[in-house]
Design a protein around this ligand. Structure first.
Ligand code: CDP
Ligand code: MG
Length: 137
């Protein structure tokens, strides 16, 4: 198993609902190491860079409004197969369909306000970590 890094966001709904600790605990309990962590408010340009693969989609404007709507937590987590491990902990995109026991399955009923983002591949994690934490060694 290769040690990997992945970019994770606790989206503005998670911060507003006071779920930072509950969500972060799941990653810590799993054994992932927090390499970087920062609370930020992002603007539209940053949202467009982060969600470059989605900017042309019909549902992107409301997603951009949501992701820029308040503070979020950006972090880099590290551990064996971290990309897959965090995607699994987060659960399916739609909170209604997400497996009970996952972050989205336990805390979300929405396919937009679904609390967390995590890189979906090593290519994505490299791009996203460079975008959010450009000075991270
Ligand atoms: O986040 P994930 O990789 O699971 O899903 P995605 O398909 O890459 O979509 C990115 C994000 O867009 C989701 O996490 C939702 O917050 C949002 N989304 C949305 O607002 N409306 C949709 N119909 C689908 C996704
Ligand atoms: Mg995605």
């Amino acid at each position: 198993m290769t040690v990997e890094r992945t970019l994770v966001l606790i989206k503005p709904d998670g911060v507003r609902r006071g779920l930072i600790g509950a969500i972060l605990s799941r990653y810590e309990n799993k054994g992932l190491r927090t390499v970087a962590l920062d609370q930020r408010v992002v603007d539209s340009a940053m949202a467009d860079r982060h969600y470059a693969e989605h900017v042309e989609k019909a549902w992107y404007p409301p997603l951009r409004a949501f992701i820029t709507s308040g503070p979020l937590i950006a972090m880099v987590l590290e551990g064996p197969s971290a990309v897959e491990a965090v995607r699994h902990l987060n659960g399916a995109t739609d909170g209604v369909a997400a497996e009970p026991g996952s972050v989205r399955g336990d805390y979300s009923l929405s396919n937009r306000e679904n609390l967390v983002h995590a890189s979906d591949s090593l290519e994505s994690s490299a791009r996203e970590i460079a975008l959010w934490f450009p000075t991270l060694p």
